[in-house]
Ligand binder design. Structure first.
Ligand SMILES: [Mg+2]
Length: 101
């Protein structure tokens, strides 16, 4: 469900002229999925930028809450000037369309 939402949001963002960043998890040697990063875990799923706007979005299944690490990133980013920070689930689709339009 989150993967499907992600595909939809990425597709919409690309159609509406946003630059899109998403870090994909990869399989490690032991067959575990992980997203190789340095620094603090929980960074939002998507970064979108378009002419004067930057959006950070964490995507979740309906009814699912962000982890504590994700919450810390969202709160810190939301405290920064000029950025838009969202927590999106599939039921937010209409709002997402409005925001990215
Ligand atoms: Mg997510």
């Amino acid at each position: 469900m989150e993967k499907q939402l992600q595909r939809r949001v990425v597709h919409l963002a690309q159609l509406t002229g946003w630059r899109v960043f998403h870090a994909r998890p990869a399989l490690d040697r032991r067959g575990r999925w992980l997203t190789p990063i340095q620094g603090d875990a929980g960074f939002p799923d998507l970064v979108l930028a378009r002419k004067g706007r930057i959006v950070f979005a964490e995507l979740k299944r309906d009814g699912k809450r962000p982890t504590a690490a994700q919450r810390r990133w969202l709160d810190t980013l939301a405290s920064c000037a000029g950025v838009e920070v969202y927590l999106w689930t599939p039921s937010d689709w209409e709002a997402i369309v409005d925001i990215l339009r």
